[in-house]
Write a protein that binds this ligand. Structure first.
Ligand code: CQM
Ligand code: MG
Length: 330
């Protein structure tokens, strides 16, 4: 539904991917090429949400909602959960609650827990420390009760938005994985870079070419990938500048990001097209995996494919391409 590829590539792909499916809903790969914020204080935007052809919807309670509108926005999301639309065009509906440091998290979660429905993901901004993560867990346990938040398919997506958090990412991401493994709390499978808050934190001036966050973005990707999590790139706030958005998407993709945050529906197409592998790349991945398997059977670890030396790391990159395309199709 979301991709524009030749019929042949898709058929070739389907054939290739059969049998490589994820084992359970908890392990499922969720495509998050674009994450669109929908401020929950705006009923008109919420009404449109189910039809938006975006990989991931972020029903927003944090900075996209004024302090004076928080209570109403919480109720709007609770009602959205209660009257869960029969169909969504997206792969994931997440709710971005307020941060631990805001002092508003408990009120958010208490209201959301009144609904019997859990969203596909809870999204938690400004995770600054391992302590913040533990507070999130305790807040959810106290509002929902232990049983409702254990072993569910609901994911957690967290935001890194300060210098301290950026440097402490290894500890934070490790703690998120441990919380899932030891307490069966929501699985964290994606991390989002909150570059505007990060710039405010380090005193940088935000620019369209984003040189001020180059180091942070590259460090961020390395940490996400070290812990097996998707890396979601910065918002491009100049939402009418399509060329600038495209350029930043391409840069992020080539650095290893899996997707990008968007604030306006007009940004979705550019971002999702960019983060979808091209037909040539899919062909490369499909053929490479086939050849790798043949060489493995012949006892060879490294071999030449289309003029390049191929070994296991290239195989893993090819498998990422396969998995993304398989999951992007509903
Ligand atoms: C920029 C704004 C104000 C322009 O809003 P607008 O109404 O002036 O735009 P428009 O061009 O007139 O809108 C055209 C149509 O699209 C709709 N529309 C427009 N936007 C949306 C949307 N997001 N979701 C769903 N529908 C949307 C809008 O309702 C309208 O529908 P209509 O033609 O039927 O009248 C608006 O797009 C918006 O509110 N976007 C979300 C802003 C937001 O949530 N920001 C917070 C997240 S980013 C952040 O926190 C930072 C970060 C990550 O944490 C960190 O880097 O630190
Ligand atoms: Mg932020």
């Amino acid at each position: 539904m979301f991709i524009r590829l030749g019929k042949r590539s898709i058929q070739q792909f389907r054939h290739f991917c059969s049998g490589t499916g994820a084992s359970s809903s908890n392990d499922k790969y969720v495509p998050r090429r674009a994450l669109l914020y929908v401020p929950a204080s705006n009923p008109k935007m919420l009404d449109k949400a189910p039809k938006l052809q975006v990989d991931c919807l972020v029903l927003e309670l944090e900075d996209g909602v004024a302090l004076t509108a928080k209570a109403e926005a919480r109720q709007n999301i609770r009602k959205y959960l209660d009257n869960w639309p029969q169909q969504h065009a997206c792969h994931e509906v997440g709710v971005r609650v307020n941060s631990v440091s805001s002092g508003l998290l408990a009120d958010d979660v208490t209201e959301l827990a009144k609904s019997s429905k859990l969203p596909d993901a809870f999204m938690v901004p400004k995770i600054d420390s391992v302590d913040d993560l533990n507070t999130v867990w305790k807040t959810f346990r106290s509002a929902y009760g232990d049983q409702r938040i254990r072993n569910t398919p609901t994911r957690m997506v967290i935001w890194i938005e300060s210098a301290r958090a950026l440097l402490d990412m290894p500890q934070i991401l490790k703690a998120a994985s441990t919380l899932h493994k030891s307490a069966q709390f929501f699985r964290t499978d994606a991390v989002v870079f909150g570059s505007d808050d990060y710039c405010a934190d380090i005193g940088a001036t935000r620019s369209n070419d984003a040189t001020e966050i180059m180091y942070a973005r590259q460090h961020f990707v390395a940490c996400c990938k070290a812990y097996g999590m998707q890396a979601i790139d910065a918002v491009y706030i100049d939402y009418k500048d399509v060329e600038g958005l495209k350029k930043q998407c391409e840069q992020g993709k080539s650095w290893g990001f899996n997707g990008k945050q968007v604030i306006h529906p007009t940004q979705i197409g550019t971002v999702q097209d960019c983060f979808l592998p091209s037909a040539e790349r899919i062909d490369w991945a499909t053929e490479l995996i086939k050849e790798f398997e043949q060489h493995q059977r012949g006892g060879k670890g490294a071999f030449t494919f289309r003029g390049h030396m191929i070994d296991r790391p290239l195989l893993l990159q090819a498998k990422n391409v396969v998995e993304l395309v398989r999951n992007v199709k509903k």
